[in-house]
Each structure stands twice: as C-alpha cells, then as structure tokens.
Design a protein around this ligand. Structure first.
Ligand SMILES: [Zn+2]
Length: 315
C-alpha cells in the first residue's frame, strides 16, 4: 500500500522499518550494497536495523551515503518533510515544518535545504532541437522589505533600481521541462552563454525584446521576439509558459519564505523547478516517490548548505 495523502504518509512512515525498507528498495533495487567496499554479501542485524558486510566487516545503515547521513532526525520526519516540500504548491517554511514535526526551526531549515539538494535535477542534456519551441525569459527576485532589520530595510527601500535583486533566467521547452538559474547580470554574454549551454541548435527560441537576445539568429537558432510593449501573444510567439513559472516562484518566495538571501536562492529555484516539472504526475505519492529516488548518493554537510558553519538560518 503506497500512501496517497499527507495523512496516510505520516501514518505509513511512523514505523521506522517501513522507512528503511522503502528507502532501501529505491536505493538498491537489486539488494543492499556495502557503501564502503561495494560488496553485496551481508547479514542484516535486525535489532540494530543495520547491515554487516561479509567482505569488509563494516556495518552500514540505509542512511549512509545519502543526504540523511549523520542526521539525528529520524527517517519518519525526513520523509514527512519531503512529502510536504514536493507537494505544497507554494513551498513550506522551516517554521511550519518545525511545528508540524516537533523539531526546532533550525533543524527543519537544514532538513529542507538538504531535501532541496536532492531535488536538483542536474541534467546536463540540452533541451529543444529541430521543430521544438523554447521560451527564454529573465526576471529579478528578492528585495522583500518585510521582516528586515530597520537599517537594512531603509537601505533597501531607498535604494533605487534592482541593486538588491538577483537576476534569474528561465528556459522552458514547450511540452518539456523548465530550468532556472541565477545569472550575474542580464548582459548578452551571460544570457546567451546559458542558452548555448542548455538549448540545442535548431530550436525555435522565443524571448522578449531585451537587446541581450540579439544575434541568436546567427547562432543556429530560430529567434522570434514578442514586443511586450505592444502585446503579449503573437501566435506561437510568447513567453507565457515562463510567466506562469515565475508567478509560482514569486508567490512561494513572497508568501512562504518572506526573505531569502541570494546565496540560497538557487535552492528555492530547484525546489520550484522540481514541482513544476512534475506537476502532471498522477498524485502526491508519485511526486514523493520520484524525489525519494533522487536522494540516494547525494550528501550535503551543514557548511555546504550555509556556506559557512553556524550561519544564521532564515526561512
Ligand atoms: Zn563492505
């Protein structure tokens, strides 16, 4: 029986052995493999819920070598947090997860950041190709003035322009997936380098009239521009798919996360990209299952998450 709702999931994973069996089955479809030496010969030590390798005699748990490693948080809480993260449309804050799971906000913040890493697709394959339609657009994110120290607040709201905002670029293949990345600036060489990195030659690319996109025609792309000052849709020529994605990103950041340091922004983007690219899966259980499958083999330490050990945790 696979859970289909949050309530079913919490009940289902309240048994630690069920958590272990679920993760082990996804991680090792052909049976457990020793993370130390790669051997598949082992005993199961049922009382300790660990395996003992017959080759190197080391013991290992299902958490070893995954984002759960070294965490004192129990697996039932990890899995409930993952369920919420991949299925709450606007994201979920560490305050909420902390309250719901009975852990501190700081622990919840760390749990969520590790989970976001697991959601990163990391696909390096280019999108699009001949006959494919790709939308490219950029936006600025950040600078929410609420809940900010007064000095910081004054500095941010009196500053003009987009100084405190981070430029983010999105690329969406119609009928395919979306990718989003932070870019240093909106200048031509930054934006077009990302296009070449992520989009196959021959694709039809749709953008707004930003000058940075000029010249794509000479790089084996078909390029059509929508003049947003005049209209938003001209037949095939529009960036409405990305507009929809941006509105989800911004709603999540404004409503749930309030203020995100630019350093962490890419993790929130990964989270939203995951939900967007998997929005057509049949149910919450499938989105959860797929995310859990990505977890094995990914590890993240506290210093990697924060950039420095003991950094202040936000939302
Ligand atoms: Zn071994």
């Amino acid at each position: 029986m696979k859970p289909k709702t949050l309530q079913q999931a919490i009940r289902h994973f309240s048994d630690e052995q069920v958590c272990i069996d679920t993760i082990a089955a996804l991680r090792w479809p052909n049976g457990p493999v020793c993370p130390k030496c790669g051997s598949t010969e082992h005993y199961y030590l049922a009382t300790q819920r660990r395996w003992k390798c017959k080759e190197c005699y080391k013991q290992f748990s299902v958490k070893m070598g995954t984002i759960f490693e070294d965490s004192p948080i129990s697996l039932d809480k990890w899995l409930a947090a993952l369920w919420m993260l991949v299925n709450c449309k606007n994201g979920i804050s560490s305050y909420e997860v902390g309250r719901d799971l009975g852990i501190t906000q700081k622990s919840a913040w760390f749990v969520l950041h590790r989970l976001r890493l697991a959601l990163q697709s990391g696909s390096m394959e280019r999108m699009g190709g001949n006959g494919k339609h790709v939308e490219v657009d950029e936006t600025f994110i950040g600078g929410a003035a609420r809940n900010m120290h007064r000095d910081k607040h004054r500095r941010r709201i009196t500053d003009t322009g987009t100084k405190d905002k981070t430029p983010v670029m999105g690329i969406l293949e119609r009928g395919g997936e979306v990718r989003a990345m932070m870019v240093p600036t909106r200048r031509k060489h930054h934006l077009q380098a990302e296009i070449r990195r992520h989009v196959k030659a021959g694709s039809a690319i749709y953008t707004d009239a930003l000058l940075s996109y000029q010249g794509l025609k000479h790089q084996d792309f078909k390029h059509e521009v929508i003049e947003h000052a005049e209209k938003y849709v001209d037949g095939q020529v529009h960036t409405n798919g990305l507009e929809k994605f941006w509105s989800l990103v911004k709603r999540g950041l404004k409503g749930t996360y309030i203020s995100v340091e630019p350093f962490h922004l890419f993790r929130y983007l990964d989270e939203q990209v995951y939900r967007f690219n998997n929005r057509e899966l049949a149910n919450d259980g499938e989105r959860f299952q797929k995310a859990l499958l990505q977890i094995a083999g990914k590890r993240l330490t506290f210093s990697e998450v924060t950039g420095k050990v003991g950094a202040a945790a936000c939302c």
